[in-house]
Design a protein around this ligand. Structure first.
Ligand SMILES: [Zn+2]
Length: 478
């Protein structure tokens, strides 16, 4: 028994069955009812949002012998011929493989013959942005003065590649990404018809992974059904089949990265490796997670744009409070660079580990964004150490500061004075976290700071005592 992919089996045959593109469907139906049909349409939008499906329904409608409320009847000879792909009136061209001048000239020659049956010849040119400049020019002449019986429907995922001369001659329709809710309810409907048991959470996961594309959603569902044939599709099984990572792991990863916890971050990566996750996808998904986080942080009412479940949104909002915009932007930059490199990398895991360390340790980078992140981490650490008490050694050193011979204090130019009785709180904070402060410093400063120690100046300010020679020269320059 041959198996028909769900996407083909349930491809909408009438406008009423099309999901998630109501604005376009309504406009097209009205045009058909009013018999005000255009000659050139441009359908743009992400893959799997219904561009060719709607183009085919439209082709049926304009030719149908008895359309009902702008929709094709589905029963007349013309409707049936088009549905069976046997009509000479609907010509589908894939511009990805027919992108030359000659391919378009063929169409242009054909256009001069009126349709043998029905009213319109409909040319559907898919991926039209793939046409060569010459081919676009050849098409342009026909678009300028099309015969009354010809309709062109140009479909593209990349509208910015279409020449303005072509754009200006078409009615443009922007296909929206289909929302998770719409996709989920379609999956629910189809799995009921197909008698497939599936958890609601699994449905939502597939809908979310499809990223606005109904076609992708149904292909993913197909994969899951094939893999666990005649079993209930649980959330865990779906995750497993799709090789995908539950977003909970990104939440954990973000938290350890923000805390600068390198072993924690490497550990999470190891979990992914053990589970056999696809690492390129993992990086890409984590980048998207950061992008969503940034959107949640910078704009209100962003729920529709990022399309995440309510529970994930609540978590994103919480995490948005934990990180600054600059920090998230730095993460996104590092991760985007990583995405570019990882495709061709032989040692993906090592490359990811290096970049996770980079995220945790902004000190490894020298640009201003990393610097800001470094300061943030320092502040965070100092803050956490606010209640920490000074070690006796450190206390002794601080007090000793006042007794150091004047010469040694010269590098920082502090005059000698009697020791103040109380050590100010801010100085105490830095001193109690001195080793952390050093570890966060860039090289060569870090090297020189290793021999230095914090002390207290006469007027109660933090004094950093450095050795004479190379270290003191370095700080004098700085
Ligand atoms: Zn019909």
């Amino acid at each position: 028994m041959s198996y028909t992919a769900l996407y083909r089996k349930f491809r909408p045959a009438s406008f009423e069955d099309v999901k998630g593109q109501d604005h376009i469907v309504t406009t097209l139906k009205n045009q058909i009812k009013a018999e005000r049909i255009g000659h050139a349409y441009l359908f743009c939008g992400t893959r799997g949002t219904g561009k060719t499906t709607i183009a085919k329904i439209f082709a049926k409608s304009v030719n149908c012998e008895s359309p009902i409320d702008g929709s094709p009847c589905g029963e007349c000879a013309v409707c049936r011929a088009i549905a069976a792909g046997a009509s000479m009136n609907v010509i589908e061209i894939d511009a990805a493989s027919n992108n030359g001048v000659d391919n378009i000239r063929e169409i242009v020659d054909e256009v001069s013959y009126s349709p043998a049956e029905g009213k319109y010849k409909v040319y559907i040119i898919d991926e039209v942005h793939m046409l060569s400049i010459g081919a676009f020019n050849a098409l342009l002449k026909t678009l300028e003065e099309p015969p009354s019986y010809v309709i062109f429907i140009l479909a593209t995922t990349e509208v910015h590649k279409i020449p303005i001369t072509i754009l200006s001659r078409c009615q443009r329709y922007d296909f929206k990404r289909i929302t998770i809710d719409t996709i989920a309810s379609r999956i629910k409907e189809l799995t009921e018809i197909e008698q497939v048991a599936i958890e609601d959470k699994a449905i939502r996961y597939i809908a979310k992974t499809a990223d606005g594309s109904m076609r992708d959603a149904l292909s993913l569902l197909d994969q899951c059904i094939a893999f666990h044939f005649e079993q209930e599709l649980t959330y865990d099984k779906v995750l497993d089949v799709l090789g995908a990572v539950d977003t909970e792991v990104f939440s954990r990863l973000l938290r350890v990265v923000l805390a600068g916890d390198v072993p924690g971050a490497i550990g999470i990566l190891e979990e992914m490796v053990i589970q056999g996750r696809e690492l390129t996808q993992f990086v890409s998904d984590f980048t998207w997670y950061m992008r969503n986080l940034l959107l949640v942080k910078t704009a209100d009412g962003i729920e529709d744009v990022i399309d995440v479940s309510t529970e994930n949104l609540a978590r994103l909002k919480e995490e948005a409070q934990m990180a600054d915009n600059d920090v998230i932007m730095r993460y996104i930059r590092v991760l985007s660079e990583l995405s570019g490199q990882i495709r061709y990398a032989a040692q993906k895991r090592i490359l990811i580990e290096m970049n996770l360390i980079k995220l945790c340790r902004p000190a490894m980078e020298t640009d201003t964004a990393s610097l800001a992140d470094r300061i943030r981490q320092l502040e965070q650490k100092i803050e956490q150490g606010a209640g920490a008490s000074l070690s006796p050694e450190m206390l002794a050193r601080l007090q000793e500061g006042a007794n150091i011979p004047r010469d040694s204090q010269k590098p920082l130019g502090q005059p000698k004075a009697p020791l103040p009785k109380a050590i100010p709180e801010d100085v105490s904070k830095v001193a109690s976290k001195w080793s952390v402060a050093i570890s966060e410093a860039p090289n060569p400063m870090k090297t020189y700071l290793k021999t230095a120690y914090p002390s207290l100046s006469a007027d109660g300010k933090l004094l950093v005592v450095v050795e004479d020679g190379l270290p003191s020269d370095y700080f004098k320059q700085a």
